[in-house]
Design a protein around this ligand. Structure first.
Ligand SMILES: Nc1nc2c(ncn2[C@@H]2O[C@H](COP(=O)(O)OP(=O)(O)OP(=O)(O)O)[C@@H](O)[C@H]2O)c(=O)[nH]1
Ligand SMILES: [Mg+2]
Length: 211
């Protein structure tokens, strides 16, 4: 049965674990290079412009931001989860210390979150896989987390270029055809239903009763 998002609200921004919001809801986090489109994707997924702050300048998101999102199934069943917008990695204009601090903090978020069910790793469809993307991908897997790669900004390329780029990203990440990389555009929009279905599958709403 189909699920749809019916409401989304900003809950909290955290710079330390004690500021994480309370709640039993499962959590889905979004990670990727600065400017890859994490905050825009959250807004388009929730159909709520301005929910997460976006910017043409990289390095906009500096805190771990929590959004509570309510889902409704065709038969009326409701469930909620947290979407978590993280600071981007790899922004060269930050000082080395600030980059390291953000990285340490992001790593400590991944290690301390008990509710995390899925990490969506965003990759820019126009760019070759960067060494840092691969490092982050492997680190998350080594931590035992489930990672779903999503290629963003597909509106910038032709259809055939998109499928070639998806193949190259899959090869670069070393993943099999059974784990498809989802293709997304916050502008078109495209890929929204597929990503929603992936989230619902990962959080397993049937096993929770949080409303
Ligand atoms: N063409 C196109 N542009 C996009 C898309 N998604 C985001 N953008 C643009 O990319 C820029 C960065 O978007 P953000 O959503 O702020 O990126 P972010 O990953 O949250 O960036 P940081 O918070 O700095 O890490 C903005 O100018 C967006 O308008 C997309 O699907 N297509
Ligand atoms: Mg952002």
């Amino acid at each position: 049965m189909q699920w749809e998002i019916i409401r989304a609200e900003y809950v909290a921004s955290a710079v330390k674990a004690s500021q994480f919001p309370e709640g039993e809801e499962p959590e889905v986090a979004f990670i990727g290079r600065s400017n890859v489109g994490k905050s825009s994707l959250i807004n388009s997924l929730c159909r709520h412009n301005g929910l997460a702050r976006t910017s043409g300048e990289p390095g906009k998101t500096r805190t771990v931001n929590f959004f509570r999102v309510w889902f409704k199934r065709e038969d009326g069943l409701r469930r909620s989860l947290f979407l978590v917008d993280l600071p981007g990695y790899g922004y060269a204009k930050r000082s080395k210390t600030e980059r390291q601090d953000l990285l340490d903090w992001t790593q400590s978020y991944f290690r301390s979150s008990q509710r995390l069910r899925l990490v969506v790793q965003l990759l820019d469809i126009r760019r070759e896989l960067q060494p840092l993307d691969l490092t982050v991908h492997r680190w998350l897997q080594d931590e035992g987390l489930t990672v779903q790669p999503v290629a963003t900004k597909i509106d910038k390329l032709s259809r055939s270029a998109v499928s070639g780029a998806l193949k190259a990203l899959r090869t670069g990440l070393g993943i099999s055809a059974e784990t498809p990389i989802l293709a997304y555009s916050s502008l078109m929009p495209a890929g929204r239903q597929e990503l929603l279905a992936r989230l619902v599958e990962a959080v397993d709403f049937d096993a929770t009763d949080n409303i």
